[in-house]
Structure formats: C-alpha cells, structure tokens
Design a protein around this ligand. Sequence first.
Ligand code: ARG
Length: 274
Amino acid sequence: MKKLFKLGLLALTVMALMIAAVGCGGGEEPATTDGEDTTETLTVAFEPTFAPFESTDENGEFVGFDIDLINAIAEAQDMKIELKSLGFDGLIPALQSAQIDIAISGMTIKPEREEKVDFSVPYYEAGLIMAVSEDNNEITKPEDLAGKTIAVQIGTTGANKAQEYKEQYGAKVKTFNTTDLVFMELVNGGADVVINDKPVTKNYIETRGEGKVKMVGDLLEGEYYGIAVTEGNTELLEKINEGLNKVKENGKFGELYKEWFGITPPEYLPGNPS
Ligand code: ARG
C-alpha cells in the first residue's frame, strides 16, 4: 500500500514537471544542433518598371541599383533574400500583412507611409518632374495643366501630385499599373504630361524616349528613397541600416552608385538628409 502511494506521488511529480516544461516552451523553435542553416529567407519585393532602380532584363532577370544594393546589404549582413515582383500599390499592404519582409522600390519616405511601415535611413535623393512630348511647348509649369491629361503610376507620389493639380488647376488624371504604360500613353498621345521621378524619366528618355519625350520645368518636389519593412520589425530595420553603413564604408555603395548613375554619391547619403 505504501509503495503504491509512493509510485502515485512519483507519477504526479513527473506529470507536473512535464506540464511545467511544456508551459515554459513559450512557442520557441527547438534549437538545432546539427549545424543546419536555419536562417530564414527574407522576401524582398519591388515593382520592376522603374529603371535604373529595378527592371527586368532581356533574360527575365531583375536588375538595377535597388537590386544590387539589397544584394550587397544582404551579403554584408549574412541575410538570405529572395526577390519578388509586385504592383507598386501592393507593396505597403504586403508589408503590413507580413507577406513580404522588405520593399526596395525607389520608394519615397513620406509621413503617410511612415504610419504604415518603417523606413531605413535614406539611400537616394530624387524628385518629381514633368515630361511632355518633344513637340509640346505649351506646358512648362503646373499652372499650364488646366484641362490637360496627366499620366501617372498607381500609388506613387507622382499620382498624389497629379491629384493635387487636378483639384488646383482642373487637370485630368490617368492612372496605370506600370511606368512603361505611363510613358506609352504619353507617346501615343493619350496624355499630355507624365509626372514621375526624375532619375527614372531621365533614364526612359535616354534609353527609349530619345527625340520623343522631354522633361520640362523645375522639380515639383524633392524626395528621399528608403527601404521599407513591416512596422515594428526593428531588428530587421537595424540590420538594414547597419548594412547600408557597411556597404557605404567598404566602398560598395559608391561603386554601385557610379555604375548605375555615372557619378559618385552625394556625401551625406545614406545618412539622414537633415
Ligand atoms: N518614388 C515614387 C513613390 O515612392 C515612385 C516609386 C515607384 N517605384 C517603382 N518601382 N515603380 O511613390
């Protein structure tokens, strides 16, 4: 009888210990001891009609400054990444729902966006500019946009500017999914003007729009590009910022900048613009 009682007590103790052990686990992943690589692959997304930042080459490969930059950061920080093409207006929602980890897409750091995602320190200084057909001499400033049709890419700062001019000057706005379609609309005469990021419009003119399209007027707005992550993912954001510093210090950033833009980067980048 006494022995049975002792056994019962032992069984109870074992059960209690087991429950405690499970309780403490707190959903942690079991540690691997066999040296297997457990680094998770991070999904990096962008909208690839934005040369020289991101586009698709003749072999279907993603190429551009953003692509090289994120690869360099990943290398410097031992991060595994995979690249994914998405609509520009889908990038922030995809970060919010954690379907992707990182967006690098010539994305402007804006207060409205900072409420939804977190941005790295700026890595590029850009700005919005108007472009018209080579033979158009009517439009040189925003006031000239009354009754004119503006083509823009959906979800962009250019689209926001166009909306402003619609309200202010009575312009019309046509929105497209890709910048390729935006420029096609201008060249085909379906729009009078394109509002887009200057480095991209410049690249379009140099590579495809020579003799057809020209830039007009001053910069409509200055902008800084940042790499975005899901809001609150401080660990990843710090890794990216640290990586940006590393590639700047080891000369890789300057090398890529020179390769894609033909000049050395401004001194303050990728630090804060202030
Ligand atoms: N800089 C602009 C913005 O953030 C346009 C970016 C478009 N990027 C792209 N890959 N299509 O709204």
